[in-house]
Design a protein around this ligand. Structure first.
Ligand SMILES: Cc1cc2nc3c(=O)[nH]c(=O)nc-3n(C[C@H](O)[C@H](O)[C@H](O)COP(=O)(O)O)c2cc1C
Ligand code: SF4
Ligand code: SF4
Length: 251
């Protein structure tokens, strides 16, 4: 069973590829949260995988919400792994995952990383499509290696992009992630997708246009990247930095 969280498709793509190569199934963390599904019974010796993005060198808050409610009924010995997708540095993401899993008596056997397109467009410019494509092509090789490791249940920490002072970087996210920085432009066609796809129900449409009804959200930028008219912005840099969704997967 492979649990994943994905706002813009990178993690969904990785989870789907690993699942099809290892004869496994994927479970969307967003769907679990929306349907209050937290209890899982495992098959005998079944693998347990997690695929998550890095947010500010740590785990997205939405993943933490899920892990805090997750109950897994074990059945034999399980190989447990966590794959991080990231753009530059992934900091304490594995460390945080290990700590939350300890609380439900799981320990990570395999720690893997896949470098992907970085969806944090308040900083990164994603308008160069060829550059994005190169990153996705490189990611294929990393995914192929992870498939071999998971198939052979290889143990180890294969993360070389950790960085220091991750707590400081993560604090910016934990106490920041303010929805007041979102704006919606006149190009909005009132399709409602932003409300529908928000994993934490932070958006409600009012006369067809999105309104942010929570002070904080998980800051996945799914609303910004998936809007069909690129009508949503976060701060004043994102409008020049383009939109991105992983082209190899359907969201
Ligand atoms: C709020 C936010 C913060 C991010 N912070 C980091 C980071 O600290 N380090 C990093 O390498 N990538 C960072 N990223 C990039 C994502 O981890 C990366 O693009 C990931 O593959 C997105 O996964 P998804 O497409 O499945 O949602 C960040 C993205 C977002 C939206
Ligand atoms: S997804 Fe975009 S176009 Fe659709 S309602 Fe939201 S802001 Fe408007
Ligand atoms: S409001 Fe937008 S950025 Fe925040 S959690 Fe919802 S979809 Fe993600």
């Amino acid at each position: 069973m492979i649990f994943y969280f994905s706002a813009t498709g990178n993690c969904k793509y990785v989870a789907t590829r690993i699942a099809s190569a290892t004869n496994d199934i994927t479970v969307s963390i967003t769907d679990c949260l929306k349907t209050n599904t937290f209890d899982f019974n495992l098959k005998h010796h079944e693998n347990i995988g997690f695929v998550t993005p890095t947010y500010f060198w740590g785990l997205p808050t939405v993943v933490i919400d899920f892990l805090e409610q997750l109950k897994i009924k074990m059945n034999g010995k399980h190989y447990v792994y966590h794959i991080i997708t990231y753009g530059t540095i992934n900091g304490q993401t594995h460390y945080m995952m290990s700590n939350y899993l300890k609380k439900i008596c799981l320990s990570l056997d395999g720690k893997f990383i896949v470098k992907m397109v970085d969806t944090w467009t308040p900083i990164f410019n994603l308008t160069d499509k060829d550059e994005n494509q190169k990153k996705l092509a490189n990611a294929e090789r990393e995914i192929d290696t992870i498939i071999e490791y998971v198939n052979d249940k290889i143990k180890g920490d294969y993360n070389n992009r950790k960085g220091h002072f991750a707590n400081l970087v993560y604090a910016i996210y934990k106490y920041g992630r303010k929805t007041k920085k979102f704006t919606v432009g006149n190009s909005c066609i009132e399709c409602g997708l932003c409300e529908k796809q928000c994993p934490v129900l932070a958006i409600k449409t009012d006369n067809g246009k999105p309104k942010w009804i929570k002070k904080q959200c998980t800051l996945c930028l799914g609303c910004l990247h998936r809007c069909p008219k690129f009508s949503i912005q976060y701060g004043n840099k994102t409008k020049n930095h383009g939109q991105y969704v992983n082209p190899n997967v359907k969201l």
